[in-house]
Design a protein around this ligand. Structure first.
Ligand SMILES: [Zn+2]
Length: 316
């Protein structure tokens, strides 16, 4: 294993950054980049990336793996989703810009120096504290049908309880989009919670190991992680029109859990307007029979904010 740094040159807003990067080369085979810490308040990824360094050098049988535990050090240091210096979301800054602000320079260095050396990218995120979300691998619909099929297969190989094909419109500048436009496979892993816990980390690490086995980079047998006493997974899709939005500001009471099936008309949750005793609570129903992909857990919601992502079984 060789350890080095990805240097992000200094700019008008800050000094140069040196991002620790590890490269494991075992000859011919798949070439994979594993990155964590794109969003600075999602810390499972950097921890799992570091854990891989303990066993992957001995287990890897072929190919090349580049591990970049922290994509955005200023955001991780500040425990902030976006970079504090320029306020930008790194996952909307790709492919970046060499003479831009620090977030754009990070995106540029990754795009120019690391991306050309790999064929597959695993980007390790977390879903955050305001949603209940099952451990999942996530991708977005891709126009190229072959790449879509390859990407879904790779995402399913993590064997997380949910593989989610998530359609939404704000995809400009995403790391995913850049990588996929180059015809490469990109899978985003998302673990819920917002708290870094022992069991979630074990599940995350197992999922990444399963994906490494599927790529043929390590030998072994893939295993489903246990989630709520079950060892299984399903592939779901959610469209942007499937997001249930809160009609009012209030406190959201969920009435179902992730991966539950809800029938048309079932109660998904209730919104309680707390400012007024005379205003009735709003009951939110499932518009169609669907599976709950995500539901709000942070209770305060503003009007027009999402409270649930509903979906259905996905078939290619
Ligand atoms: Zn994220």
């Amino acid at each position: 294993m060789s350890a080095g740094h990805l240097v992000v040159p200094k700019g008008a807003d800050c000094e140069a950054l040196s991002l620790p990067v590890f490269s494991l080369n075992k000859g011919e085979g798949p070439r994979l980049l594993i990155a964590g810490g794109c969003h600075g308040n999602e810390l499972e990824g950097p921890i799992v990336a570091r854990r891989l360094l303990n066993w992957l050098p001995d287990s890897q049988t072929c190919g090349k793996v580049i591990i970049l535990p922290v994509l955005n050090p200023p955001a991780v240091q500040a425990w902030s989703r976006n970079t504090p210096t320029d306020g930008l979301n790194l996952n909307r800054a790709f492919p970046g810009c060499a003479d831009g602000s620090v977030t754009e320079r990070i995106a540029d260095a990754v795009s120019r120096l690391l991306l050309p050396t790999v064929d597959t990218v695993f980007d390790l995120h977390s879903f955050g504290p305001t949603w209940d979300f099952p451990p999942a691998s996530v991708t977005h619909p891709i126009a190229d049908a072959d790449l879509m099929a390859k990407t879904v297969k790779m995402a399913e190989a993590f064997k997380f309880p949910m593989t989610l094909i998530w359609e939404y419109h704000d995809t400009r500048g995403m790391f995913d989009t850049l990588v996929q436009n180059q015809g490469k496979v990109f899978v985003c892993a998302e673990l819920g919670g917002g708290t870094v816990g022992f069991e979630a980390l074990a599940m995350y690490e197992l999922g990444v190991r399963n994906a490494l086995i599927a790529l043929g980079l390590v030998e072994g047998k893939a295993e489903y992680p246990a989630f709520r006493q079950q060892k299984s997974s399903q592939t779901l899709e959610t469209l942007s029109s499937d997001e249930l939005k809160s009609p009012i500001r209030g406190i959201f009471e969920p009435r179902c859990s992730v991966l539950d099936e809800v029938k048309q008309g079932d109660v998904v949750g209730i919104l309680h307007p707390m400012e007024s005793l005379s205003t009735a609570s709003v009951i939110m129903h499932a518009p169609t029979t669907s599976i709950v992909c995500a539901i709000r857990s942070g209770a305060h919601v503003d009007a027009y904010e999402g409270v649930a992502l509903l979906g259905r079984q996905f078939e290619l």
